[in-house]
Design a protein around this ligand. Structure first.
Ligand code: ADP
Ligand code: ASP
Ligand code: MG
Length: 837
């Protein structure tokens, strides 16, 4: 009796009857077998399981397939491959020694033999100076051969009954245009033969590799070990296939692009196929076919977290939402055939496809408008030029007579696909996808929806890929709406805003699924740019910022994150910053500001800003420029948007002036009241900025423009309370000489009182566009005569609110409330982009 037969009978005796045996197949990817430590972990994981027969398909160690391809390429181009070969050999020897210790002898000897053989092949390649396809196929699969042996020898060294199966001995495949087909009959027969000689309870199988019918060594294509897993699960008649990798299963999107991607508990085969086909690297597209035929459940799970249940892929579809996952396929191009000669001509599409097929160009996606004016195909970037040339020659006649105008090629394209069984018959999915992309300023080149309604694909520019995936992911509520936020001017209002923003962040994220990432702060001279977000105390972080201010870099930084949305909050009072708004808005960056420079500055600039916003869809909001946190502009907008006509706007727009005239009853001279107000911080450092009326006039201009008038500051008649003689004086001088005005103010007050009136500094705009700001007498019953100390008031008289005007009133100054007004604008922008506020 041979020793093999003895092993066989012992093994057979330990197992249940063949018909009752439970067989489970596992596949470990390169990420799970990076080094000796990981092999040990894999072995432990396998030994902890209780199936009767255990089939384990392994990939090459992480990075080894790439290394082998590099080696072959180097040799084929006559470059030096020796160093890299030594490295690769050392890595495998090292792993073997670390795993097997004393008993490594035979394994090392075997490895030496394999690597010597590899060196022979590489030397031969160097001599011929090229890399034939068959040789590449042979070399690139060697990593799996080494890897299976390492795991198998290790399991055996632990006393396990384990055999290593080199798939090249049993698996026979056909490589076709559509991929790799298995010759099931031949493969099963060869496996039965092998199994008869190797009936061990555990079998370790090389992934990725196979042989074609002619007996040449080949592979199942990159990432093909998943497919090997499914093939051997079928050949061994396993009841389940576990694909072990380095993530918790299939996620709603590639986690390297969308860190918020969520794990999916279950997928149907169809969903998994679509996801895999369109680039979810976690499963190989062909993996599904052997599984589907046998209704074999596939479980994708994490080697590093074996207790996690992973994602179950079965024939059942559990539609939890319309879209389960999103994928990106990179490196594509769009070829567009366009011309009036295509309209109504039968068979054009067929001619396009047969031409492409003859040129062996595979078409990833097609789209044809019902006008039939153009046909658009998405093809692999590597095939693009060939595809175009083929179509040009296939339609040479039509091109020459002008029936087809052009065959256009757009490079650097990728396809974003949304996948889910739940999409079938559920309206609005496409709308939501397009809306998310539109809001993120992503232009769509072509659209296709399969009639299975399980997939909507859009071709977009490669440069937009990351941003688009994130925007779409957020759009389907799979992750928060994320904004890249930059704040300019951390002064009084800016600082208060930053504090409010940081304090509200957790709640916004938790409740509203809104992620406002503060990524940049700039002052007049410096700026702080941060990759993810400025966490911790923004004050401390900004204090140590040294980078000089550069608004171009600031802008690029906000956009560079590939976050779906960017917003700049300008809390400066600078006209130079306002000068940038139009450019920012045109680039799709939203702008929120309490800075009056844009709203009240040159009309041409204001119009350019409005046009830029209308063109790109980015929002420009400046509620806090009038009445701080009070909803003045929002109210006015609502009136106008709902079709009301504003006939007049009147109000007290300055908290400082409100306070001064509320207090001014003759008991204290006017100049002393100004000094008191200044002492309490109610005025600007130079009180003339308040007393001149310019600030009030600016607010009136803003409201006038919002009401639809082409108003400018020059059109406003302004009564300055600063006498001519004091306009040039220094601030100190002004304060000491202000008593020069007391007599005149006292007289105006006395005059008003005689008529039972009070004095108020009022802004007015009437229907004809006549605008004025200045001191007026009002009856003491008037609404403006009965305000709390620093309150602002705005009164809108409109067609609807004609006998009784609409009034907005309340505290209209102070950093906290102004910042709150700015923050509210920011949230309105977010809501406009789909945040659930
Ligand atoms: P393995 O070596 O185990 O085969 P791969 O690197 O081939 O691992 O595939 C796993 C990787 O696929 C993950 O680390 C993840 O970054 C990436 N990936 C891309 N899309 C998805 C997705 N939708 N779900 C999960 N992982 C994905
Ligand atoms: N090692 C092969 C590759 O990197 C096969 C696989 O890992 O699935 O493509
Ligand atoms: Mg893989």
């Amino acid at each position: 009796m041979s020793s093999v037969a003895v092993v066989q009978s012992v093994a057979e005796a330990a197992l249940p009857e063949p018909s009752k045996r439970r067989t489970v197949a596992h596949k470990f990817g390169g990420t799970s077998v990076a080094d000796a430590e990981r092999y040990r972990h894999v072995a432990k994981l396998l030994l902890a399981r209780d199936e009767d027969v255990q089939i384990t398909v392994v990939s090459a160690m992480k990075g080894v397939t790439d290394a082998l391809i590099d080696l072959a390429t180097l040799a084929g181009t006559e470059l030096d491959w020796r160093d890299r070969w030594h490295e690769l050999r050392a890595r495998h020897r090292g792993a073997a020694v670390a795993l097997l210790g004393e008993s490594v002898g035979q394994t090392i000897e075997w490895l030496e033999g394999r690597f010597d053989h590899l060196a022979e092949i590489l030397s031969a390649l160097s001599v011929i100076g090229e890399l034939p396809r068959e040789v590449l196929d042979r070399v690139q699969g060697l990593g799996e051969v080494y890897s299976a042996r390492l795991l198998g020898d290790y399991l055996s060294s632990l006393g396990e009954d384990c055999a290593v199966l080199d798939a090249r001995e049993v698996l026979v495949v056909d490589r076709t245009d559509l991929g790799v087909d298995v010759d099931w009959e031949l493969s099963a027969a060869r496996l039965a033969e092998w199994r008869a000689a190797n009936p061990s309870r555990r079998v370790v199988v090389t992934g990725f590799v196979a042989r074609d019918r002619a007996g040449h060594i080949t592979t199942l294509g990159r990432n093909g070990s998943d497919y090997s897993g499914a093939i051997f699960a079928a050949l061994f008649d396993a009841s389940e296939l576990h694909i072990w990798t380095d993530v918790d299963g299939v996620l709603s999107a590639d986690p390297r692009v969308v860190p918020e991607a969520v794990q999916l508990e279950s997928l149907s085969y169809d969903e998994a196929c679509e996801l895999a086909y369109f680039g979810a690297k976690v499963v190989h597209p062909q993996t599904m076919s052997p599984a589907i035929e046998r209704k074999l459940p596939i479980i994708i799970r994490n080697t590093f977290q074996p207790e996690h249940p992973g994602t179950r892929i079965t024939s059942n579809s559990e539609a939890v939402g319309p879209v389960k996952g999103l994928t990106l396929s990179p490196d594509l191009a769009v070829v567009n055939l366009e011309g009036t000669g295509l309209i109504g001509v039968p068979g054009t599409a067929e001619r396009v496809f047969s031409a492409l097929r003859q040129a062996r160009v595979s078409v990833v996606m097609i789209s044809q408008g019902s006008s039939e004016h153009s046909i658009c195909c998405v093809v692999k970037a590597a095939d693009a030029v060939r595809a175009r040339a083929t179509l040009m020659s296939a339609f040479a006649h039509e091109l020459s007579v002008g029936q087809i105008q052009r065959v256009q090629l757009t490079d650097d394209v990728c396809v974003l696909a949304a996948v889910g069984d739940g999409m079938a018959g559920s309206p609005g999915v496409a709308a939501r996808l397009f809306e998310s992309l539109g809001r993120a300023q992503v232009n769509i080149l072509a659209i296709a929806q399969g009639s299975s309604e399980r997939n909507i694909s859009v071709a977009i520019a490669g440069a937009d890929a990351t941003k688009a995936l994130r925007a779409a992911h957020a759009g389907f509520w799979l992750s928060p709406q994320t904004f890249s936020v930059g704040v300019i001017g951390p002064g009084n209002v800016g600082a208060a805003l930053l504090d409010q923003l940081q304090a509200a962040q957790p709640q916004l994220l938790g409740k509203a699924n809104l992620d406002l990432r503060l990524r940049a702060i700039a002052s007049r001279s410096r700026m702080l740019l941060e990759g993810r977000d400025i966490s911790g105390s923004w004050r401390e972080r900004f204090q140590s910022a040294r980078e000089p201010l550069d608004l171009d870099r600031f802008t690029d930084h906000l956009l560079s994150s590939h976050l779906p949305h960017a917003v700049i909050v300008d809390c400066s009072a600078s006209p130079e910053v306002a000068e940038r708004y139009a450019q920012w808005l045109a680039a799709g960056i939203h702008v929120v500001t309490p800075n009056k420079q844009a709203g009240a500055g040159p009309l041409a600039r204001y119009q350019a800003i409005a046009e830029a916003a209308a063109g790109s869809g980015a929002r420009f909001r400046y509620e806090a420029t009038v009445g701080a946190g009070l909803p003045v502009i929002t109210t006015l907008r609502d009136l106008v948007d709902t079709g009301d006509t504003v006939t007049s706007i009147e109000g007290i727009f300055s908290g400082t002036l409100a306070w001064l005239f509320n207090k001014f009853d003759g008991s204290v001279p006017f100049s002393q009241l100004v000094a008191q107000a200044r002492g309490m911080g109610y005025t600007e450092p130079d009180p003339r900025d308040d007393l001149s009326g310019t600030d009030v006039a600016r607010k009136l201009v803003i409201l006038g423009r919002e009401a639809g008038l082409g108003l400018s500051l020059e059109d406003v008649q302004v009564e300055s309370l600063v006498p001519e003689s004091l306009r040039q004086a220094s601030v100190e001088d002004f304060m000491t000489r202000l008593d020069e005005v007391d007599a005149e103010f006292a007289q105006r007050l006395a005059q008003a009182r005689q008529a039972g009136h009070v004095l108020r500094y009022v802004a007015r705009l009437d229907e004809g566009g006549k605008a004025s700001v200045g001191l007026v007498e009002l009856p003491d019953t008037h609404a403006f005569a009965n305000l709390r100390l620093t309150d602002n008031i705005v009164q809108f008289t409109t067609r609807r609110y004609c006998s009784n005007p609409l009034i907005v009133q309340g505290p209209g100054a102070g950093p906290e409330v102004t910042a709150a007004g700015v923050f509210a604008d920011l949230l309105r922008v977010a809501a406009g982009q789909g945040a659930r506020l």
